[in-house]
Design a protein around this ligand. Structure first.
Ligand code: F6P
Length: 359
C-alpha cells in the first residue's frame, strides 16, 4: 500500500501525533507513506508531496501545529485560482485532485480534519477516491465521535487563562468578559468556564438575556466577592437576536464570528454601572503542546486509521466510542454539528452550583 496523509482546516493540538502514529504503524506493515502539504494545495505546487518515514516524524508528538501545514481557504471543489490580472476565482479542481492522486500511485488518503475537511473527503470518496477520515477540531462539534482531539488542550489553555483573570478582576472589582472559540457550539466555553469557576457562561445553545446576567452579577456583588467572570462562546447570541460577526469576511464571502465579548461587556457596564473589560482568547486556544489526553487520542486515531485502511473500510472515519475507537461512515459525522444538549451533565452540574447561563 502507498498511503497519503493530509491535515486540513484550522489546526488543533494533536495533529502531529496523528501523523507520526499513522506513519509508524504503516511503516511496520511495510507500507509507504507520503504527506500532502497544506491540505490539498500540495498536489499543485512543486515539493508539495513529501515522503514520510520514521525519521521524518521523529520527535513531533508533543508539538502543536502540523508539520504538513494546513489551510481553511477553499476546497478542491471551490479552489482559489489567481488569474493573470491578479483577481481570484473559485474553480472546481476535484477531478484534478483525483487524477494527481492516481498519478502519484496513492492507494488511500488519510484525511485529518474537521467538518469542512471531512465533507471534502466524503465528496472525494463519492467520486471514487479511497479515503479514511480522522476527526479533528478544538470545537468538539463533530457527531459520531465522543470527542475530537485538540478539544481538551484548548479547554486547558482557556482554563489557565481564565484562572489568571480572577486576580486582576478581584483587584479592580471589575466584570471581565472573556470570549472563547467554538463556532456555533459551546463546548469550549462550557468546559473551560465551568473548570475555571466562571459566574456566567453564555453559549450558542442557550440564547441569553443580559438583564438576567446583570441581575446575577449584582447579586454576587451584594454577597461579597466584588468581581465577576463572564465566559462567552464566540457564537453565543441574545434571545431573539443573532451572533456577533466581524466586518471582514472569510474565503468565499463567509461571515466570521467575532465581537461577542466586547458587545456584551459594553451592555453589562450600562446595566450594572460597574467597570467592565473584555478580551478575546482567540487562536491561543489552537496553539501549544497537546496535553496527554489529546496525544493518546491522536495516536489511537492514527493507528486505527491505518488498521481501517488495511481492512479496506474506505469512506469511514475513526471515532471514539468509549472505551473503543471504531470506524463509522464519514457521512455520519458531518450530517449535523454536535451541539451541547440542554441535559448535558456539565450544564446540569453548573446550574446546580448556581452558574448563570443567562436564561
Ligand atoms: O474551527 C476551529 C476554529 O478555531 C473556530 O473555533 C474558529 O471560529 C475558527 O476556527 C477560526 O478560524 P480562522 O483560523 O480562519 O480564524
Amino acid at each position: 500500500m502507498r498511503v497519503a496523509i493530509n491535515t486540513g482546516g484550522g489546526d488543533a493540538p494533536g495533529l502531529n501525533a496523528v501523523v507520526r502514529a499513522a506513519v509508524l504503524s504503516a511503516e511496520r506493515r511495510g507500507w509507504e507513506v507520503v504527506g500532502i502539504r497544506r491540505g490539498y494545495d500540495g498536489l499543485f505546487f512543486p515539493g508539495g508531496v513529501v515522503p514520510l518515514n520514521g525519521a521524518a516524524v521523529r520527535g513531533i508528538t508533543h508539538l502543536g501545529g502540523t508539520i504538513l501545514g494546513t489551510t481553511n481557504r477553499g476546497s478542491p471543489f471551490s479552489f482559489p485560482v489567481e488569474k493573470p490580472d491578479g483577481s481570484v476565482t473559485m474553480e472546481d479542481r476535484s477531478d484534478e485532485v483525483i487524477d494527481r492522486i492516481q498519478k502519484l500511485k496513492i492507494d488511500c488518503l488519510i484525511a485529518v480534519g474537521g467538518d469542512g475537511s471531512l465533507r471534502i473527503a466524503s465528496e472525494l470518496a463519492e467520486k471514487g477516491l479511497k479515503v479514511i477520515g480522522v476527526p479533528k477540531t478544538i470545537d468538539n462539534d463533530l457527531q459520531a465521535t465522543a470527542v475530537t482531539f485538540g478539544f481538551h488542550t484548548a479547554v486547558q489553555t482557556a482554563t489557565d487563562a481564565i484562572d489568571k483573570l480572577h486576580s486582576t478582576a478581584e483587584a479592580h472589582q471589575r466584570i471581565m468578559v472573556v470570549e472563547l472559540m467554538g463556532r456555533h457550539a459551546g463546548w469550549i466555553a462550557l468546559f473551560a468556564g465551568f473548570a475555571a469557576t466562571a459566574d456566567v457562561i453564555l453559549i450558542p445553545e442557550i440564547p441569553y438575556d443580559l438583564d438576567l446576567v446583570a441581575a446575577k452579577i449584582n447579586g454576587r456583588w451584594q454577597q461579597g466577592p466584588e468581581f465577576a467572570i463572564v465566559v462567552v462562546a464566540e457564537g453565543a447570541h441574545p434571545k431573539g437576536g443573532e451572533a456577533s460577526y466581524l466586518e471582514e469576511r472569510g474565503p468565499g464571502g463567509k461571515r466570521r464570528l467575532g465581537g461577542a465579548a466586547y458587545r456584551i461587556s459594553r451592555r453589562l457596564a450600562e446595566l450594572t454601572g460597574r467597570e467592565t473589560r473584555s478580551l478575546v482568547l482567540g487562536h491561543l486556544q489552537r496553539g501549544g503542546r497537546p496535553i496527554a489526553f489529546d496525544r493518546l487520542l491522536s495516536m489511537r486515531f492514527g493507528t486505527a486509521a491505518i488498521e481501517i485502511a488495511a481492512q479496506g473500510r474506505f469512506g469511514c472515519m475513526v471515532a471514539l466510542d468509549p472505551p473503543r475507537v471504531r470506524a463509522v461512515p464519514i457521512v455520519e459525522a458531518i450530517e449535523n454539528i454536535k451541539s451541547v444538549p440542554m441535559d448535558d451533565d456539565v450544564v446540569l452540574a453548573a446550574r446546580a452550583m448556581g452558574i448563570s447561563f443567562g436564561d
